[in-house]
Design a protein around this ligand. Structure first.
Ligand code: FDA
Length: 304
């Protein structure tokens, strides 16, 4: 009961435009610095370097909420290009993750596609790879359509498939050969399109992981769930799937001990590193997802 209330409060806060706007001026508060690497590129590059030194590779995500104008989408595109160049100049091991709504998907599809092309051309020049994060169901088909269009020109782009969607298994089959990040799914979706029970999501998650691995395609398994990770380890061993055909991914600041131990066991472990001054919505969603995270948020609140 309390869990549901706190989840709804955090989700509500994450959607508040005024709180998100105000938080840009606050700096990283309430313990947010434990899950957001920095507000600007420079301190974030230092964090990436530290993670690399520990044997972890990264993917950077420049946070941004509520993009409604072309100016904001162009600004976000330019910032992503700047980030790719900064990764290259700093010589750190990090890819890039982007959200298409930040690049103007809700404004105009062709405009978003052209912004993505600019980012992917820079990524190509920098010999880097970009993952398109998957947002809510309403954006799923259009995201996959844009991905298909982009892949006619670029091979350095992949996307995310969410196991809670009924369509996930077919999408994974259709995307044979594409580097995919497989996740359980983070949004609240209708029972018409998505599994609602954790056990159903988990079993579909294992189903799509096996499908993509067995097809020979590069697979990123993005989860903090040790049950799933153990099953994946057993599966790749049984099927002689080489370590360079898959990787594990986790969010910055989550299960850091497990991140390190996976890297020490010889698995590729990629940390998804969010940064930027638009951190509030991301932070609130992480609190909503896992009430245990509230403890460190409160600690951060009282210590700042
Ligand atoms: P889940 O939350 O189901 O937890 C399962 C079990 O794992 C828990 O019961 C607990 O035992 C253990 N556990 C989980 N977290 C723990 C913690 N912090 N500490 C200790 N134990 C813990 N979603 C999306 O819709 N689109 C996207 O593009 C992405 N991208 C993305 C990238 C990366 C790198 C990650 C890790 C995740 C995403 N996601 C995402 C989010 C994803 O869909 C999902 O919502 C979250 O990862 C939560 O689900 P998990 O699989 O991590 O475990």
């Amino acid at each position: 009961m309390l869990e549901t209330v706190s989840r709804n409060v955090f989700l509500y806060a994450s959607q508040s435009k005024s709180l998100n706007k105000a938080a840009k001026k606050w700096g990283l508060k309430f313990g947010a610095s434990q899950v957001v690497a920095g507000e600007t590129i420079e301190p974030t590059m230092s964090k990436i370097r530290e993670l690399n030194e520990k044997g972890l590779v990264c993917t950077l995500d420049h946070l941004g909420e509520f993009v409604t104008s072309e100016e904001e989408a162009i600004e976000a595109t330019d910032y992503n290009i700047k980030t790719l160049k900064a990764i290259s100049e700093a010589g750190v091991n990090s890819q890039l993750s982007v959200k298409m709504t930040q690049l103007g998907l809700d404004i105009d599809e062709a405009f978003c596609l052209s912004n993505m092309r600019k980012i992917l051309s820079t990524a190509k020049e920098c010999n880097n790879f970009v993952t398109i994060d998957m947002e809510d169901y309403a954006h799923c088909q259009i995201t996959l359509d844009i991905l298909r269009e982009l892949r006619k020109t670029y091979d350095n782009v992949g996307t995310v498939i969410q196991a809670y969607l009924f369509r996930a298994e077919q999408d994974v089959k259709d995307l044979n050969g594409v580097t995919l990040r497989l996740v359980k799914g983070a949004y609240k979706e209708s029972p018409d399109v998505a599994y609602q029970e954790k056990k159903d999501v988990d079993s579909n998650y294992m189903r799509i992981i096996k499908e993509h691995l067995l097809s020979g395609s590069y697979t990123a398994i993005a989860t903090h769930d040790h049950h799933i990770i153990d099953k994946v380890k057993a599966f790749v061993k049984e099927h002689h799937i080489p370590n360079d055909q898959f990787e594990f991914q986790m969010l910055y600041g989550f299960r850091t001990d497990m991140q390190l131990s996976l890297a020490q066991e010889g698995y590729k472990m990629r940390v998804y590193v969010p940064f930027g001054n638009d951190w509030f919505g991301y932070f609130m969603r992480r609190l909503a997802e896992r009430p245990q995270n509230v403890a460190f948020a409160l600690k951060g609140f009282f210590s700042k």
